[in-house]
Structure formats: structure tokens, C-alpha cells
Write a protein that binds this ligand. Structure first.
Ligand code: MOS
Length: 699
């Protein structure tokens, strides 16, 4: 019997609830010292002076590292998007953004290091900064796009001119922060010229590769382990500042150093989702058939490193249209460099696209569900390639049936409960599926068990549990005979837990190694999938989903409550229905949080973040989360072993648009900026009457 498809609780669950599971800051270690980072308080300029002598006599202080005494790093080390000066910590006196680490104070205890870091006198030569994002900023330029590049098919202008209805609107999403439960932490030490680290990250092999480049040493002399991780959401994909600081401090002071960022330091120094400003034009015939989609997105970046917020990805996938044009522009500012976050690009991009589709349905007087069904493409709308499997229609129809969409009055502002306005909305989504090269080794043990080793990371999503089932199926044995080893760069090249490609990438290597072990019968088998992946024929490979939301709006306060959320997902074969459901529900809560709460603010005068903690940066809490239903339609990815597509991020995508569309349906007012703050939704707020559409009368 297959272990895939069986709902099993997390294999590490008992360790987590009994406190046995150790995170990066928990691992006991002899001779450990603690480093606390000191972050720049100006948004651009230079460090004028750091007076280490003022703190060196404080209790327990071991030393202070800054650009004058830190070990030199290789300036050519690359990050994920290429040259990356974020990595060059404490290498010069330049302050490129507020929150950049300028020193590390090391002491015998965490408290001593915190006290000395707080007391360390740092003075700056401030320079004029620019942290104000607008799409029209004079520094804007085409984004570097090694994915989600610009497309232009058909004649967009002619099709828009020939359209019966054109929606032309602008949508904005703010800077957002990942907010993983576990703050970034690392312990690093040097031993016989080798660098070892225990770090909270999403891909130990990838992070080890960056360290090996930074310290100009062969990869086999760097080892990164990542036992348990309390969430990442993209922020632990890169080699983080905490780890680089721990590694250089361990080198300088010759002992293990632990660096744990405070919550505020996580906000200020580890990356965020950039603000976006998106313009959309969609033209359609009177019967709802799309003629053109034009989607341009601008987002903010840092000059320290390239980054792509691929907002237009879904625009090339979801709907058939004879003309599609997309482009991305980047605006370099003196800000924290952005990094991937929970459906990078697709989450803000789907907010724009799926709200615009809802506006089109409104103007055409068509059911928004029907509008999607009428524009279902036979092949990739831009690529012309076939879909490997496409089950969006099944998601929409089954979701509509369960949600009770039939009979919805598509006019806004028709439903009340006392003072509350009630509305419903939906959004369709997709998320690209694929795999990256990974290595897996399987050893047949004398007792009949198999040790299965793969450099995977489990962010708390259930990767261990899923990979145990995958290995059991690959070896055609029960899960009890699988001893899984993950979380270690020494296990060989492997993709990380990112891009919704962790399970597909690791499963590919495990399934191939399992097949070879079944032939070989004994010993050890090691497989690297680099060449196997190259054989995958070009196709449109995506997971799909449909999200439905019901909201209530209190017109006098602007308070939006999400009352129901339902998501139907086509994510390929579901490895573990229990953890997969939990994962997409987590994603939907992330989308709800994005819709209603999340917004990073920078002060226009100082350029500094003003809400870098959970008192000021709001995320959804239990009280915000309604009854959520998530389920899967039958789906199968033919190109990837075991038929898997990936569940990591699609749960996050589409939810914000479904909620915003429901708020329009409740109120008759379009909300085109996230989050749906009280002051935006509040009736009789400035501009409210102008934003109002629909036939209802003001309450
Ligand atoms: Mo994810 S945002 O690809 O870690």
C-alpha cells in the first residue's frame, strides 16, 4: 500500500511539543560567546566613529567587531540574484540603509552582549537619503528579469480599442515583512580551518555555498546544519546577516559565536516584500471574452542587490487573450534590500489581476466565476505550450459548489445583518511547478532499514513527514523502515525549501535513488538529478486554485471581518493530506493577513521603519481567522516523479484579492490598496463617495 496520500501527523511532532526539538539558538555548546548586532540608525551615509573602548570594560565583553577589524570577505561572492553587496558585512564604513549592521558586540552571555551593544557609541556622517517609493520615481528602470521577463504578444492597443469594456486601474501593495515565529539565529565555529554553523535557514547547502564563496574556501570545508526551523516564508532563503556576523566573529575571536536577532532586528535587517504599484488594463467583448491584458508592475529595490518581484507571472498563465503585454520596473532606493516572501510577485500580482477581473465582471454584469470560465485557455496564453495538467475549472466549480456561490446577487451592497454589510468574492490563482537539481543517498542497513539522506530543510511545514512517505514508496517498504536524514549541507547539493519546489526537488532525487536501490539491493546509492531534470519537456506546469471569501463590514468603523474562507487546490498528487491542508490553510491565513493588516511603514523624514515590531506591524491572530475550509481536487503532474506539483506558496496567492472583492461586494466601494485598513474602508472618509460604485444607497 502506498504511503503517499496517507494523512500522517508530523514525525517530529512529539519532539516539538515536548521541547526536545532544538532550534539554532538552543543547541548547547562549550565555550560559546554571544554576538549582538548594532544596526545603523541613519538611512544613508558613513560611520564616522565607533568607540569600542567605551564598552570593552563592561561585564563579560569579549570584543567589538566593526569595519576596521573584521576579517575580510571575498567581495565577489554572489547571492541568489547575482552580485550581492548585502553579504559584505563590516567591510567598509558605508551605510546603505538604516538597519544595516555596523558592528557586532561579543560577550560571555547574551544579556552582557545586549547591554554593551546598547551602550556602544556610534556616530555617523549622514547623507541625504531617498526612501520614498513611487512608480514614477526618476530612478526607475526596467527590472532585471531572469524570470518573469516582459512579454508582448498580439496588438494590445488595437485589442483594447476594439473592446466593449476596458478596466484601467491601479493597485498598490505595501512593504510587508515575513514575520516567522523563530527569529533568525546562527551559531558558528571554526575547527581545523573548517567553518561549521547551525543556522535557521531554508536551504543548508545553498547557504553553505555562499559562506564558502565569502570565505574563499572549498565547499567541503564548510558545513551548515539546520535542524528545526520556526518558519521562514522566504526570509531564511538567503545567507542571513546573523550567520555572516557569527562566522566572522568566530574567526576573529577563535570560539563559537551565537548571533540571535531580536524581533526588531529581524524587521530591520533581514529583507521584506517590496512595495508594489501596478497598472492594469483589461479589455473584453460584451460577452466577457478577453481581448487584451496589459500589466505593468513597479517595485522598490536596493542598489546593493538585484531582486525580482515577479508580479506579472500569473498574467501569462491564467486567462486566454489574443494580446498580452507585461513589464516590470524596479526603483532603487536607500532601503532594506527586499527578498522573496510568501508567493513573491504572485501574491501582490494576483491582488491586482484578480481585483481587475472582478471589476471587469462588474462592468460587464457577468458573474465573476463565469468570467473566469469563459477565458479558460487551451494552451499557455503567452507561450503557446500545452499545460502539463490544468485543473483550475475543477477548483472553481467545486469551490463554488461548496461555498454556495450559486444564487449570489452580483450587485454590491445588497446584503445586511443589522449594521453589518455582507459580501462575497472569489479569485483564481496559479503557481508555477517544477524542480531543481538535488542529491539523495540511500543506504541499506543491516537491520532492514534504509537510511535516506537529502539536504532538505523542514520549515515546520512537514517536509520530514512527506519525504519519509516518499522514500517508503520509492523503496516499496513501510515508513517504519525509513531513517530520514535532512538539514545538513554535508548531505550533498540540494535545493532548499523555497519556490514551492522543495518537495518536488527532493522527491525526484529520492525516487530515483529508491529505484536504483531496488535494483541494487544492498550498499549505498547516490543520485544527483541535474541531468534528469534537463530531460523534462517544456510545458506550462502550474498548480491552480480558487479562493472564496465572505466578509462583513462595519460601515461606521471600517472594520472588515473575514467570516468564511474556502480554497480548492490542484497541487498535483497530495503527499500527505493532513500536512498539505495545514500548509495551504497557513497560506490562506497569510493572505488574510496581507489583505487586512500587514503594512511596513517608513518615516519620510528619517527613512527609518517606524513599526518594526508586532505592536506596530500587525499580522493576523487567531481572533482574525474564521472557519477555513481547504481541500484538493484530483490532480497529477505528469512530468515530475510521483505526480507532485508543490503546496508551499499557492495558499498565500489569491486570498487577498478574494477578500478585497468581497469587501467591494459588501460595500460597493473598490479597495485598490492593501491592506484594507479601517480608514480606507470607513464610510464618509475622504474620497469615499468618489470610490463608490454600484447601485446601493449609502448606509
Ligand atoms: Mo519562498 S518566498 O520561495 O521561500
Amino acid at each position: 500500500m502506498s504511503a503517499i496520500g496517507v494523512a500522517r501527523p508530523r514525525v517530529e511532532g512529539p519532539d516539538k511539543v515536548t521541547g526536545v526539538a532544538r532550534y539554532a539558538a538552543d543547541v548547547p555548546m562549550d565555550d560559546l560567546a554571544f554576538g549582538v548586532a548594532v544596526l545603523a540608525t541613519v538611512s544613508r551615509g558613513r560611520v564616522r566613529d565607533i568607540d569600542a573602548s567605551a564598552v570593552l570594560d563592561m561585564p563579560g565583553v569579549v570584543g567589538v567587531l566593526d569595519h576596521r577589524n573584521a576579517p575580510r570577505l571575498n567581495p565577489e561572492a554572489l547571492g541568489f540574484f547575482g552580485p550581492d553587496r548585502q553579504l559584505q558585512l563590516l567591510q567598509d564604513d558605508v551605510v546603505p540603509f538604516s538597519g544595516r549592521p555596523v558592528a557586532l558586540v561579543v560577550a560571555e552571555t547574551l544579556e552582557q552582549a545586549q547591554a554593551a551593544a546598547a551602550a556602544l557609541p556610534v556616530t555617523y556622517q549622514a547623507e541625504p537619503h531617498d526612501t520614498g517609493f513611487t512608480a514614477e520615481h526618476p530612478a526607475r528602470r526596467p527590472a532585471v528579469t531572469f524570470f518573469d521577463g516582459p512579454v508582448d504578444i498580439g496588438d494590445v492597443e488595437a485589442e483594447l480599442a476594439a473592446s466593449a469594456v476596458v478596466v484601467e486601474e491601479r493597485y498598490r501593495t505595501p512593504e510587508e515583512h515575513h514575520s516567522a515565529m523563530e527569529p533568525h539565529a546562527a551559531t558558528a565555529w571554526w575547527e581545523d580551518g573548517r567553518l561549521e554553523a547551525i543556522d535557521s535557514n531554508q536551504g543548508p547547502f545553498i547557504v553553505a555555498g555562499v559562506l564558502s564563496a565569502l570565505f574563499s574556501m572549498p565547499l567541503d570545508r564548510v558545513r551548515v546544519r539546520t535542524e528545526h526551523i520556526g518558519g521562514g516564508f522566504g526570509s531564511k532563503g538567503p545567507c542571513g546577516p546573523h550567520l555572516i556576523l557569527a562566522a566572522i566573529a568566530a574567526q576573529r575571536f577563535g570560539r563559537p559565536i551565537r548571533v540571535t536577532l531580536s524581533r526588531t532586528q529581524v524587521f530591520l535587517s533581514t529583507g521584506m516584500r517590496p512595495a508594489t504599484d501596478q497598472q492594469i488594463r483589461i479589455g473584453a467583448d460584451a460577452d466577457g471574452r478577453l481581448r487584451a491584458i496589459w500589466h505593468h508592475a513597479a517595485f522598490e529595490i536596493s542598489p546593493l542587490a538585484e531582486f525580482i518581484e515577479g508580479c506579472t507571472e500569473l498574467t501569462k498563465t491564467l486567462y486566454a487573450a489574443p494580446a498580452i503585454r507585461t513589464s516590470l520596473s524596479a526603483v532603487p532606493l536607500d532601503i532594506l534590500p527586499p527578498c522573496s516572501m510568501r508567493g513573491p510577485g504572485t501574491a501582490p500580482g494576483s491582488f491586482a489581476l484578480e481585483c481587475a477581473m472582478d471589476e471587469l465582471a462588474e462592468r460587464l454584469h457577468i458573474d465573476p466565476l463565469e468570467l473566469r470560465l469563459r477565458n479558460e485557455p487551451a494552451v499557455g496564453p503567452v507561450s503557446g505550450l500545452p499545460f502539463s495538467s490544468r485543473n483550475l475549472v475543477a477548483c472553481l466549480q467545486e469551490g463554488a459548489r461548496r461555498f454556495g456561490w450559486a444564487g449570489r446577487d452580483h450587485q454590491p451592497r445588497q446584503q445586511r445583518e443589522g449594521r453589518l454589510l455582507i459580501g462575497t468574492g472569489l479569485a483564481a490563482t496559479s503557481f508555477s511547478a517544477g524542480a531543481f537539481a538535488s542529491t539523495a543517498s540511500i543506504t541499506a542497513e543491516p537491520d532492514g532499514a534504509y537510511t535516506v539522506a537529502v539536504g532538505a530543510a523542514d520549515l515546520g511545514t512537514g517536509a520530514r513527514t512527506a519525504l519519509t512517505a516518499i522514500a517508503a514508496d520509492a523503496l516499496e517498504v513501510s515508513t517504519e523502515r525509513i531513517r530520514l536524514r535532512i538539514s545538513d549541507s554535508a548531505l550533498g547539493p540540494a535545493w532548499g525549501a523555497g519556490g514551492s519546489r522543495g518537495t518536488t526537488s527532493w522527491a525526484w532525487a529520492i525516487s530515483e535513488a529508491g529505484a536504483r536501490m531496488r535494483e541494487q539491493g544492498a550498499g549505498t546509492v547516490t543520485v544527483d538529478t541535474t541531468e534528469l531534470l534537463g530531460d523534462l519537456p517544456s510545458m506550462e506546469r502550474h498548480a491552480f486554485s480558487a479562493v472564496f471569501a465572505e466578509v462583513s463590514v462595519e460601515p461606521a468603523t471600517g472594520e472588515v471581518r473575514v467570516r468564511r474562507l474556502l480554497g480548492m487546490y490542484a497541487i498535483g498528487r497530495v503527499v500527505n493530506p493532513l500536512t498539505a491542508r495545514s500548509q495551504v490553510i497557513g497560506g490562506m491565513i497569510g493572505g488574510l493577513s496581507m489583505a487586512l493588516h500587514e503594512e511596513g511603514f517608513r518615516d519620510r523624514v528619517t527613512g527609518r521603519h517606524v513599526n518594526a515590531d508586532f505592536a506596530g506591524y500587525h499580522i493576523a491572530t487567531h481572533a482574525d481567522v474564521p472557519d477555513i475550509e481547504a481541500d484538493f481536487v484530483p490532480d497529477h503532474e505528469p512530468g515530475i516523479p510521483m505526480g507532485i506539483k508543490g503546496a508551499g506558496e499557492i495558499g498565500n496567492v489569491g486570498t487577498a484579492a478574494a477578500i478585497a472583492n468581497a469587501v467591494w461586494h459588501a460595500t460597493g466601494v473598490r479597495q485598490r490598496s492593501l491592506p484594507l485598513r479601517l480608514d480606507r474602508v470607513l464610510e464618509e472618509s475622504p474620497g469615499w463617495a468618489e470610490r463608490r460604485t454600484g447601485d446601493g444607497t449609502p448606509g
